[in-house]
Design a protein around this ligand. Sequence first.
Ligand SMILES: C[S@@+](CC[C@H](N)C(=O)[O-])C[C@H]1O[C@@H](n2cnc3c(N)ncnc32)[C@H](O)[C@@H]1O
Length: 219
Amino acid sequence: MALILVLLLFFSPLVAQSVHPVTGRPIAGVMSAAGSGWLERPERESEEQPDKALEAIGIRRGMVVADVGAGVGYMSFKMARLVGAPGKVYANDVQPEMLEKLRARAQRDKITNVETVLGTFDDPKLPAGKIDLILLVDVYHEFSQPQAMLQRMREALKPDGRLVLLEYRKEDPTVPIRPEHKMAVSEVKAEVEPEGYQLDQVIEVLPRQHIIIFRPRKS
Ligand SMILES: C[S@@+](CC[C@H](N)C(=O)[O-])C[C@H]1O[C@@H](n2cnc3c(N)ncnc32)[C@H](O)[C@@H]1O
């Protein structure tokens, strides 16, 4: 119930402005920076089990990863620890306020392998061909221009890189999230594959979310 209230408070003014041209899915509004405290709520650890997610995905020392739609960096800092000093995390978002908070935490905790990148709604502004893995946690359903974002992210990935989406399971009516903030695997596949990707793996080890992994399609 608390979760639904927070979603109503922080997401509803911008909810469902348009639909995806392929699936007709209503696109969710962007979470405002005023609601960023919700991203670091203590119960998130049990609801989302983020460490288990990163272990299942396989984040390794030395990897170059991007957290697109990083918010205040909840996942970026976990990945920074896993990739270590030889690795790097690009923490991207479209809201400067989110990235300011992320940088403040990096400075406070002396974390040096996280670089913030202010993107636009159609371009994450990542370096071309350099990224091993792009992570989107509770983000893809908010993209107002999902096709352009997917194309630019594909350009940023190495040829053997991976694009990983974590999304609340729409197939499960007991997951307590508004419908436009959930996604079905079939819907994700129908939207992502035409933009130059191939579905590689779906991992179902989390309490509420799918882990959906794509590889760039070889042309
Ligand atoms: C629900 S929050 C999730 C934040 C973070 N991934 C986490 O798990 O804590 C969604 C974030 O996606 C960002 N976002 C929405 N559209 C975006 C876009 N086109 N490019 C980059 N970030 C975007 C929002 O600004 C917001 O910070």
